[in-house]
Design a protein around this ligand. Structure first.
Ligand code: ADP
Ligand code: MG
Length: 475
């Protein structure tokens, strides 16, 4: 087993060891750099992640490694430089390396829009400080559509409040799946709230909240941390589902109560409603549910198109020549159904390609560049039993007739059709299909498949029958 395979297995162990949520919040961005001299060298993108993993999960990471590689003595964790071009190179492996090197820094800065920089350095050093904001995530760039009207209106209302105004709903709790705009909306609230100069708005991810608290406890500044939190008008917490640990949760609960009871605003986002935050205790859950809980639905096609247009417009501020034909935008809006991140990713790909190759953006190019962002509809899995059942019904024979050794014409044809469908609609091998049809030899199956293929080409009635059967099975 080579190091990479080993690493894959280690990650698998870690994931089952700590659970999916913890894994995705702390380990998803951990990469293996090398293995040498009894040590595994890994890297993470931020100092924050590094110290969190070291203080909470060092032993587990090591033991997962040792389970795969018993000779390993220790694990090293470093912070990788934020501008590592790995991701870009991977996505654009058709672009010559030389060209990439020339423009790389330029591009990745554009693509990150400052996001990469800020998360990587400044704010991590300061445990009590806010989480970094992405300057692009404002109300101006937030597109309102059917699925987010209410959440947007509520967020806007919160952002426009003044110190001393009665609080209308507290907390405001927004939940939605990944990439549907929660962070965007929360950062918009923070940015515009602070810009008005009326109130102090603090944006924290749940990670940051935990980290601030743990740091504060360690350095005996817990009081200062609490004061920081209590000295603000609006507390915004993102990704609450990641809040872990009894003492942090207790602290969160106190903070929440203190803020709400003194009439200050709390805004929260999570990927699920309060009732589904299993790890939180009942009182916190009911407090969370006691304000306004709004869900944002998935982005409809119209909304996706508008988001794409607004992204293109934002990019054009710096890249005047970035021209995306309307047909391409429509194609992207139609085919990328999943979430806002993929929409953004698609625009970034087009920009990278356009900038690196200098070629104009066409539909063909877009199709090629974003192919992997388009999740194909999972085809329905057809079972051999279903095929036998449906075919038997259609031809008015019994399923056991199909499996029997009878060779009368009224059974032979349906049996061949059923075998043919089994071969074309499932991934089963010929021998496997033979076994499932009363223990027949694979050559019999092959014969049936060829026979029906040939007949379908000549006999339109049979072709129709087969087509109809396929449709019934795939619906
Ligand atoms: P979440 O926090 O819900 O996972 P984000 O807020 O990070 O999602 O959104 C993912 C991407 O989609 C971001 O680039 C964001 O700007 C974009 N996006 C999502 N919804 C909207 C919207 N309504 N208007 C404009 N951009 C949006
Ligand atoms: Mg988010």
């Amino acid at each position: 087993m080579n190091d990479d395979e080993c690493w894959t297995r280690v990650k698998g162990r870690l994931r089952s060891n700590v659970g999916e949520d913890v894994y995705s919040s702390w380990f998803a961005r951990m990469d293996l750099e090398s293995v040498s001299e009894g040590a595994a060298h890994m890297s993470v993108p931020t100092r924050f992640l590094k110290s969190w993993i070291q203080s909470h999960y060092a032993d587990r990471v090591l033991s997962c490694w040792q389970a795969e590689m018993p000779t390993l003595q220790r694990v090293d964790l470093t912070v990788r430089t934020p501008m590592r071009p790995a991701a870009l190179t991977k996505d654009n492996n058709k672009v010559p390396v030389e060209e990439l090197r020339i423009d790389r820094n330029n591009i990745s800065r554009t693509l990150n829009g400052g996001r990469g920089n800020s998360t990587g350095t400044t704010a991590d050093a300061d445990a009590l400080g806010p989480s970094p904001l992405d300057p692009r995530l404002t109300f101006e760039s937030f597109v309102v559509g059917r699925s987010n009207t209410l959440a947007h209106a509520a967020a806007k209302q919160v952002a426009e409040g003044r110190r001393g105004d009665p609080v209308m709903f507290n907390p405001l709790y927004i939940h939605a799946g990944v990439g549907l705009g929660k962070t965007h909306l929360l950062q918009a609230v923070t940015f515009s709230g602070n810009a008005s100069g009326q109130r102090k708005v603090l944006y924290l991810t749940a990670e940051k909240f935990m980290y601030g608290f743990v740091q504060a406890l360690k350095s005996q500044t817990a009081l200062a941390f609490k004061e920081t939190l209590r000295g603000i008008d609006v507390l915004v917490i993102d990704d609450l589902q990641f809040l872990q640990g009894k003492s942090t949760q207790a602290e969160f609960c106190h903070t929440l109560n203190a803020l709400i009871d003194s009439g200050r605003q709390v805004v929260i986002a999570a990927d699920r409603p309060p009732s589904d935050l299993e790890s939180l205790d009942d009182r916190v859950r009911s407090r969370l549910a006691g304000g306004l809980v709004v869900e944002m639905g998935s982005l409809g096609e119209e909304l996706r198109l508008e988001i794409l247009k607004s992204r293109v417009a934002a990019v054009r501020v710096h890249h005047h020549g970035f021209d995306v034909p309307h047909a391409v935008l429509e194609y992207l809006a139609k085919s990328i159904t999943h979430n806002g991140r993929d929409l953004e990713g698609a625009i970034n790909r087009l920009l990278a390609h356009n900038t690196l190759s200098g070629q104009p953006i066409t539909l063909e190019m877009a199709e090629r560049e974003v192919r992997d962002l388009i999740r194909p509809q999972e085809p329905k899995r057809v079972k051999i039993e279903d095929i036998q059942r449906v075919v038997a019904r259609q031809y008015n024979v019994s399923r056991s007739d199909l499996l029997s050794s009878r060779r009368t014409a009224n059974v032979v044809r349906p049996r061949q059709v059923a075998m043919y469908l089994s071969k074309t609609l499932t991934l089963r091998s010929l021998p496997e299909i033979g076994r499932r049809f009363g223990g027949r030899d694979h050559t019999t199956v092959l014969h049936a498949v060829r026979k029906i293929e040939a007949l379908v080409g000549k006999d339109p009635v049979l072709a129709d029958e087969v087509e109809l059967l396929k449709r019934q099975l795939q619906e």
